[in-house]
Design a binder for this molecule. Structure first.
Ligand code: PDD
Length: 290
């Protein structure tokens, strides 16, 4: 089936979905994005992603391309036209097309908008989760505003590639204090030696992950202790368990950090259970979409 994308007001065949060479997202990485996971054709944690989108746009003073209501309809339409049942939806909003100049165009131009969607092989992802993945640490080289979900992802790209070349699925950034911030495209977690879930606090320079936040209520409902508190690389290596969260990976057990196996080198019970609970909640027919 031919894929379809939404580009600046039109549905177009994916293979012919193009933007102007002077789109500021292309030339200057002057844009933001969001990724929703899709379960049974519905967006997971929709409201959290809309809130973060509004915040990212606001921080960069890019105009919202349309109301959330209209955007929701469009996202659903892209999901429908691509027959996505379990997959991902990608939205990108840029400051628009203007003659190249670093400062904002004056007068402002209409923001650029792109939406695409694809199915993911849920069975393959489940098989990956059953084995767990490896992570490698990388120096934190990003800018100071990682709370904004911008398309300026070059440090993340390089870190992810380094991970790939080391046979790992994800890179964990380590700051000047030796503390893990987050992954190249996910948030980082451990289950520490006291059995507490630990993930970096949002005062740190990290993305406020929507999946991360969704786990807070799941953890509380299941009697797990959760601390927004940094951990070192050594603490990660000696943790009972580790995992990553994100719209792309959901909850993915981590079984190796810098080549060192955690525990017996297989996914831990907490990470496995949290993955099940997260997916169950997302699939529930009455799961709030907004
Ligand atoms: N990445 N941290 C970073 C740097 C990320 O890029 C992401 C998501 C997350 C997790 O956020 P959330 O739970 O809201 O998806 C944390 C998306 C999936 C991506 O870039 O494809």
């Amino acid at each position: 089936m031919a894929r379809v994308a939404y580009v600046n007001g039109r549905f177009v065949p994916h293979a012919r979905a193009v933007i102007h060479i002077e789109d500021r997202g292309y030339q200057l990485a002057d844009g933001v994005y969001e990724v929703w996971s899709v379960f049974d054709g519905r967006l997971a944690d929709a409201a959290g992603h809309f809130r973060r989108l509004a915040r990212s746009l606001g921080e960069l003073r890019i105009a919202a391309p349309m109301s959330d209501r209209a955007l929701k309809i469009l996202l659903a339409e892209v999901v429908r036209r691509n027959r996505v049942t379990d997959g991902l939806v990608y939205l990108q909003v840029t400051r628009g097309v203007a003659s190249r100049d670093h400062a904002f165009p004056d007068p402002p131009v209409a923001p650029g908008i792109v939406i695409s969607a694809k199915n993911v092989d849920h069975a393959a992802a489940q098989a990956r989760a059953a084995k767990g993945v490896a992570v490698v640490t990388q120096p934190e080289t990003r800018w100071a505003r990682c709370d904004i979900k911008t398309v300026a992802l070059l440090p993340n790209v390089l870190a992810k590639q380094a991970a790939r070349e080391a046979g790992a699925a994800e890179a964990w950034f380590v700051d000047d204090l030796g503390l893990i911030t987050e992954g190249a495209s996910s948030n980082a977690w451990i289950v520490d030696r006291d059995g507490a879930l630990r993930t970096r606090d949002i005062q740190a320079n990290i993305l406020r992950g929507v999946t991360r936040h969704a786990l807070f209520s799941i953890a509380a409902a299941n009697g797990l202790t959760l601390e927004e508190r940094p951990f070192t690389v050594e603490e990660a290596k000696s943790a009972r368990e580790a995992f990553i969260t994100g719209a792309g990976t959901l909850v993915m057990p981590v079984v190796r950090v810098d080549g060192q196996a955690l525990g017996d080198g297989s996914p831990g019970p907490v990470a496995k259970r949290l993955r099940e609970l997260y997916i169950e909640a997302a699939r529930r027919p009455d799961a709030p979409e907004s």
